[in-house]
Ligand binder design. Structure first.
Ligand code: TYD
Ligand code: MG
Length: 465
């Protein structure tokens, strides 16, 4: 029988069977600590003497949890229709992206809606938070404030105050004196999050925790907190852009992958009711390499612009640079274009960008990306007011995507007149939109760009080589 792992790395959480000076998973030094298995001692003996737990069945329907809405539609939707009492929510994001701002604004809204709200900050002083509240025009809201990092005192305060909602900013600054590790370490974060969520659940208090994301994209002391909470939200966006997206990665009380869109302004975060209009607002006349994709994020249609640039590479190895989309997927599209349509990209640098700092994970974006790449390579703009969607298979065939109808409706609403989609048995339609359905990628290339799929190139395309 394999020996059970007895050592855990406090930096990355990896399990090891024996002690070592360096964790061979994350490379950190002196981070392995022993976790004693419960085979002997009082703890194991205590395990043997339990009492029978009452059992129930699947037919018993629990009542849907009552929810409290913040009155911020973008936040309420991501939470699955409002805040569930006694639930635990983790809000992750890069430092400086706006988590504290979002939660202070949410705290004020919940407080005005009648909840008793306690905001605990371990990062800023009360005076700093008050200054921010003044700038955001929130000083009138009855939010109780504390600047504290000692969890023992926080829990005692919660016991006495029994608020409906407590906001902890951030979980990495909290520490329990019973755990011998520095604040921010995996053991502390894990213990603090566990103590908070279990206490809050017992007392019927909803808790929202902020968690900072490390460079690798995980919350530091990370994954350990994700499984403890009911809902995991990520606040994402590019620092240079004003858009911020709150995305649900896990939600025990609602759909995952739902998004809320905000704009960071001088007076805090403002919700964006119509994100498509915002993402397309900076678009001018149709330019080569620019394509509008009719996407879906969660349950809502979002139109956005893909921009591609293709230029002769001065390097031996041509560059592939992509922002807002999957690099592996880009490599796949380039390979399909080369082998199925005779459009080689060898010797050409390829840059792909999603305008507005948006991150697209929808597989339906394949055809829009291919169109942007060909349009840039051939230096030929697509027709005006045209949206594109569809998934590309390795054979070059086009596959229909989910919720085509919703996507087309959104496009028609924003004044688009043509949609290029894969052929589908069920014909989705939207009023005022001309549908051009394509069976495969070579057909799409020939029809849209007038380029013969078997290697035909336009004058400009040849010149750019
Ligand atoms: P913050 O909420 O402190 O980020 P986090 O808690 O995620 O670290 O927000 C930091 C940034 O937001 C800061 O660089 C300034 C900007 N900001 C505004 O642009 N407008 C505002 O009204 C506020 C409060 C912050
Ligand atoms: Mg903060």
């Amino acid at each position: 029988m394999a020996k059970a792992p007895a050592f855990t790395c406090t930096n990355c959480g990896a399990a090891h069977t024996k002690w070592a000076g360096q964790c061979d998973v994350c490379g950190a030094w002196n981070t392995l600590v022993e976790e004693r298995p419960l085979t002997a001692g009082p703890a194991a003996r205590a395990l043997a003497a339990g009492k029978a737990i009452p059992l129930t069945d699947l037919a018993t329907v629990a009542e849907a949890p009552p929810r409290t809405e913040a009155g911020v539609a973008e936040l309420d939707r991501v939470l699955g229709g409002g805040l569930v009492p006694a639930s635990a929510v983790l809000v992750g994001g890069d430092p400086g992206i706006g988590k504290s701002t979002l939660l202070l604004q949410a705290a004020a809204r919940f407080a005005r809606g009648g909840l008793k709200v306690l905001y605990v900050s371990g990062e800023e002083s009360a005076a700093q938070i008050q200054m921010r509240a003044a700038r955001l025009g929130l000083t009138e809201s009855p939010v109780a404030l504390a600047a504290e990092t000692g969890l023992r005192d926080i829990l005692t305060t919660l016991e006495a105050e029994t608020p409906d909602l407590v906001i902890i900013d951030s979980i990495q600054t909290m520490w329990l004196d019973s755990v011998e590790a520095a604040p921010g370490s995996v053991s502390q974060v894990r213990a603090a999050a566990h103590a908070l969520t279990s206490f809050a659940k017992r007392k019927g208090i909803a808790v929202i925790m902020v968690g900072h994301v490390t460079k690798e994209g995980q919350i530091a002391g990370p994954r350990v907190v994700e499984h403890m909470v009911d809902t995991v939200l990520y606040f994402e966006g590019e620092r240079g852009h004003q858009f911020r997206i709150l995305r649900s990665h896990k939600n025990r009380f609602g759909p995952a992958d739902e998004i809320g869109v905000f704009e960071m302004t001088g007076r805090g975060l403002v919700e964006v009711k119509n994100p498509s209009a915002l993402f397309l607002s900076e678009r001018g006349e149709p330019a080569p390499g620019s394509v509008v994709f009719a996407g879906i994020e969660g349950s809502r249609p979002v139109l956005c612009e893909f921009q591609a640039l293709v230029a002769p590479s001065p390097h031996a190895q041509a560059r592939r640079s992509v922002v807002g989309w999957d690099g592996g997927r880009l490599a796949m599209i380039l390979a399909v274009l080369e082998s199925r349509c005779g459009l080689p990209f060898a010797g050409l640098d390829v840059y792909l960008n999603v305008a507005g700092g948006l991150k697209i994970s929808d597989p339906g974006a394949d055809l829009a990306v291919a169109a942007a790449l060909i349009s840039a390579r051939e230096d030929a703009a697509l027709p005006k007011e045209c949206v594109i969607l569809g998934e590309i298979s390795l054979s070059g065939a086009l596959r229909p995507v989910a919720q085509t109808e919703n996507r087309l409706k959104e496009a028609a609403k924003l004044g688009f007149t043509t949609a290029i989609t894969p052929q589908a048995k069920k014909r989705s339609a939207a009023a005022g939109l001309t549908l051009r359905q394509m069976a495969d990628l070579p057909g799409f290339v020939a029809e849209t760009f007038g380029t013969q799929a078997a290697g035909g190139r336009t004058e400009q395309g040849r010149r750019s080589q």
